[in-house]
Write a protein that binds this ligand. Structure first.
Ligand SMILES: NC(=O)c1ccc[n+]([C@@H]2O[C@H](COP(=O)([O-])OP(=O)(O)OC[C@H]3O[C@@H](n4cnc5c(N)ncnc54)[C@H](OP(=O)(O)O)[C@@H]3O)[C@@H](O)[C@H]2O)c1
Length: 161
């Protein structure tokens, strides 16, 4: 399985100032439940937003052109290299915007959480557009771990080429 997930505001914002501008513990709990045991692939900025600490119980693959001297992570130069490393394991692309945009062609499932927080900031990072000709949206459903939130899954309509 290859998938990606993010949480976005009503404006489609996923981050600002190098971080996520809201906090919902139930969503973090669900994120952990979904990704535990898998390979998580993230961009260097997202890794830094986690204080450059790998997520426990997951294989952490960081995409960057830089050399990162951190234990518990694997550094790759491209998404292709990340997928090569992962082999047959489940892969979650976990951000940020550039990774989501580039991973769109590799994933079968996109999991989007909607937070109600209105964000007004000059340095916002936005979620990519989802092409509904390629991905079929499921109904919006309540977030099982966080009552204030909703979520929607998109599934690839036809097998990847
Ligand atoms: N709301 C959410 O669910 C969510 C989830 C994740 C992240 N975020 C937020 O998103 C923001 C970060 O996103 P971002 O888009 O700015 O950055 P990002 O995608 O996390 O990282 C960008 C960096 O990753 C590396 N990179 C990405 N694609 C690459 C490729 N194909 N080849 C080589 N290197 C590649 C480059 O690193 P180098 O410059 O080192 O070469 C690039 O500068 C933060 O605010 C974070 O909190 C939100």
């Amino acid at each position: 399985m290859r998938a990606m997930l993010w949480a976005e505001s009503p404006e489609g914002i996923i981050g600002s100032g190098g971080t996520i501008p809201w906090r919902y513990p139930g969503d973090l709990k669900r994120f952990k439940r979904l990704t535990l045991g898998s390979t998580v692939v993230m961009g260097r900025a997202t890794f830094e937003s986690m204080r450059s600490r790998p997520l426990s119980g997951r294989r952490n693959v960081i995409v960057t052109s830089r050399a990162l001297d951190v234990s518990g992570i694997e550094v790759v130069r491209s998404l292709d290299e990340a997928l090569e490393r992962a082999g047959d394991a489940d892969v979650w692309f976990i951000g940020g915007a550039r990774i989501y945009a580039e991973a769109m062609k590799y994933v079968d499932l996109i999991d989007v959480v909607h937070v109600p927080d209105r964000i007004s900031t000059a340095d916002a990072v936005y979620a990519p557009a989802i092409d509904e000709r390629a991905f079929e949206p499921s109904p919006l459903v309540p977030h099982e771990d966080e009552p204030a939130l909703t979520r929607r899954v998109y599934r690839r309509r036809a097998p990847r080429a």
